[in-house]
Design a protein around this ligand. Structure first.
Ligand SMILES: [Fe+2]
Length: 344
């Protein structure tokens, strides 16, 4: 163990040329790159995107590019480890800030990757998924799972901005990413499932023989309910209040690959989680504070977003009462059988 492996330059040139001509390469000079000892060596680096800096750029995109020319008017948050232009914030998480102006429509499509929208600013926006109209109020979390038709509209009178989180990098890696376009959906004339079938925790529509539940029964998680639940936990629980967004029928994570956890930190509270094998993105719903991620200090405020690579050493400290949503790929890693938490 720990033995230095042979290098390419130790091999005779004629042998290297013959290998190249035959379309093969020796594993041993490269093996530590793909199988490093003890822990992965992530390409991803911690990133921080201040909403105050991005907001004017996004509004300018609204002036420069009509939605018809963009389909989705989005500025992508590129992982600093991969460089600007990278269509990913971590190995598995894509993040983008999307702008919809009053009266605009983002046409219907469906695609293999799954998406979640976390509302950042503005009222009057909505998403239609599988015919269900989902209002988008600040802080709300709205699912558009892979394969489901979705379009976005805006009845309000101010710009609407939300954060998109997708498992897109995973699908690109799988060479499985594509979209199909369609007509705007007819909307069912009723409130969404969070208001009708799943308005109270612990209650679900009664089972009828032969009537299965939808795979994604609830697509909208209103922030008002999440915040109230966090406050109740913070008042009576130990440590920081954290709640996972789950499928109300199965108790499982809301999407196959990505998971979402809402956190509340009281003013001055510190959270130093174990080292997790999943990568994370943190979106600040409200409040301000500082986080140290692998030694890098990030001072965050409301509506900011920041990221942490796999096995990052993370320490959050809230300056004021703060609410964050953590986006992570634990569900995928659990399905693959390797999710892990290590003591600090
Ligand atoms: Fe989409």
């Amino acid at each position: 163990m720990g033995e230095q492996l042979g290098t390419l330059s130790e091999l005779p040139q004629d042998y290297r040329d013959q290998m190249t001509a035959a379309g093969v390469a020796p594993l041993w000079p490269m093996m530590r790159n793909v199988l490093p000892h003890d822990a992965p060596r992530p390409v991803t680096r911690a990133g921080h995107w201040s909403f105050a800096a991005l907001r004017p750029l996004l509004l300018r995109a609204g002036e420069l590019t009509p939605v018809e020319k963009a389909e989705r008017r989005v500025l992508v948050l590129s992982d600093p480890g991969r460089g600007t232009g990278a269509m990913q914030a971590t190995a598995t998480i894509y993040l983008g800030l999307q702008l919809l102006l009053p009266g605009e429509l983002a046409p219907a499509h469906r695609h293999t990757p799954s998406a979640v929208r976390i509302m950042v600013e503005g009222r009057g926006g909505y998403t239609v998924v599988d015919g269900e109209r989902l209002p988008m109020e600040p802080g709300d979390l709205v699912l558009t799972p892979g394969g489901e038709w979705h379009d976005h509209g805006h009845d309000g009178d101010e710009p609407v901005i939300w954060l998109d989180a997708l498992d897109l990098p995973l699908f690109v890696q799988l060479e499985g990413s594509y979209a199909i376009e369609g007509e705007l959906q007819a909307q069912r004339n009723r409130p969404d499932a969070s208001q009708v079938e799943y308005s109270a925790a612990g209650l679900a529509p009664s089972r009828r023989p032969g009537r299965g539940t939808r795979r994604y029964p609830m697509m909208r998680y209103p922030w008002a309910a999440t915040e109230a639940a966090l406050r109740q936990m913070a008042a009576f629980g130990e440590g920081i209040a954290e709640l996972d967004y789950i499928n109300p029928e199965t108790g499982e994570d809301v999407l196959p690959a990505l998971g979402f956890t809402a956190m509340m930190l009281t003013a001055g509270q510190v959270e130093a989680p174990p080292l997790r094998s999943c990568s994370s993105a943190f979106h600040v719903i409200a409040g301000s504070g500082r986080s140290e991620i692998d030694g890098q200090v990030i001072e965050w405020g409301p509506k900011d977003t920041f990221t942490a690579p796999v096995f990052a050493r993370i320490r959050h400290e809230a300056e004021s009462e703060a609410f964050l949503v953590r986006i992570h790929d634990r569900p995928l890693q659990e399905k693959l059988g390797y999710y892990e938490e290590r003591a600090r």
